[in-house]
Design a binder for this molecule. Structure first.
Ligand code: DNO
Length: 353
């Protein structure tokens, strides 16, 4: 297991590379050019700029999260070919700094969705919360202000330029079905995977968060069957999965440990996060400790260990603790605690072996 840490870039993160370097065992940053809209080619000089910054602290840039996919590709519009070419060009540029894995998602319109960014937990810390009844009821536009509470920090997937076009986007997806969305993913993968293969890069699709349809939009990466279907679509190690324990576990029917066992050789990257599920479909993000949430984190780590996992792992979202002023889900303290929990589990398994 190779530990990495998501970093949003200079001026776009409250956590510094200097701080990240002091977390035991973190070898690389998970990065992206967050200011570029989906569909643009990532310029090599911008990529090299991040490389210079990372080099100064001895971090690698092996994992990118995310190179986002233009909606025209998800919609299957004729203009998709241009955006696919741009994506191929971006892969070539990323290969020049040694990138090994590209995480992306194929969710229509929204990336992740929550109804509250600072829900208080019993210990006084706060975490991101999903209230099902609200999502079932509201107009999605009402969420934008909640998620983009801080104009200085762009929330990935919720870029103001994209949100300004929300009604237009919803119109474009009118009538979209699961089958068509899957076909559009297949079209994308058939064009992208050979380029990734040539450059030793593994694509890693992120599951839907939450793993069920919202606002009438279809979802295609929510279940074990969905994932199997995608991995079989283009049968190559370069067509992989970002196994996100928190996203998938929001649905109690999902067996993440079973997924690790079934898809082990197709998982280049894992997001390890705990959540607590409630019977009404709500969930809240919690500490990584097994007793604090509904996800069997020790079981997840054990399954990865048994599979001989050599890929990248990052602690996913943490709580906001110790009065840290940070991006919701992406503070330093709780993610660092999460890493130490994960290392504790991993090292004890190594020790026994
Ligand atoms: C949220 C993240 C997602 C994730 C994308 C991957 O915090 O888990 O934004 O990066 O879905 O493409």
């Amino acid at each position: 297991m190779r530990m990495v840490f998501r970093w949003f870039g200079t001026g776009n993160d409250t956590v510094s590379l200097r701080q990240i370097r002091q977390i035991p065992g973190v070898e690389g940053i998970v990065w992206a050019l967050h200011d570029l809209p989906p569909g643009e080619v990532w310029p090599l000089d911008r990529i090299l700029e991040v490389k210079r910054e990372a080099d100064e602290y001895g971090f690698h840039l092996d994992v990118v999260e995310s190179v986002n996919i233009h909606d025209d590709i998800k919609l299957g519009l004729p203009s998709r070919d241009t955006y696919i070419e741009h994506y191929q060009r971006t892969i070539e540029n990323l290969a020049q700094v040694g990138v090994k894995t590209i995480c992306y998602n194929f969710m229509p319109v929204f990336d992740w969705v929550r109804t509250e960014l600072h829900r208080q937990l019993p210990d006084g810390s706060t975490a991101m919360f999903y209230e099902k009844a609200i999502i079932d009821r509201i107009d999605p536009r009402e969420l934008i202000g909640t998620i983009n509470e801080n104009p200085d920090l762009t929330m990935p997937g919720w870029e103001p330029e994209r949100m300004a076009r929300l009604s237009e986007l919803f119109d474009a997806y009118e009538g979209m079905t699961k089958e068509r969305l899957r076909e559009n993913l297949r079209y994308f993968l058939e064009a992208i995977v050979p380029v990734a293969e040539r450059h030793g890069i593994r694509m890693a699709i992120h599951p839907d968060d939450p793993p069920w349809p919202i606002f009438g939009l279809p979802r295609i990466v929510s279940t074990q069957e969905d994932i199997r279907h995608i991995l079989e679509m283009v049968d190559s190690p370069a067509n992989g999965l970002t196994l996100c324990t928190g996203s998938l576990s929001a649905d109690p029917a999902n067996d993440v440990i079973g997924m690790i066992r079934e898809f082990a050789d197709r998982i280049p990257f894992v997001h390890i996060r705990n959540i607590r599920r409630f019977d009404n479909g709500d969930f809240i993000e919690t500490s990584h400790r097994v007793t604090d949430g509904s996800v069997d984190i020790p079981g997840v780590v054990k399954a990865l260990h048994e599979a001989g996992f050599l890929g990248y792992a990052r602690p996913d979202h943490g709580r906001q603790i110790w009065d840290e002023a940070c991006r919701p889900g992406y503070g330093l303290y709780d993610r660092a605690l999460g890493i130490m929990y994960l290392w504790g589990l991993w090292d004890s398994l190594q020790h026994r072996a």
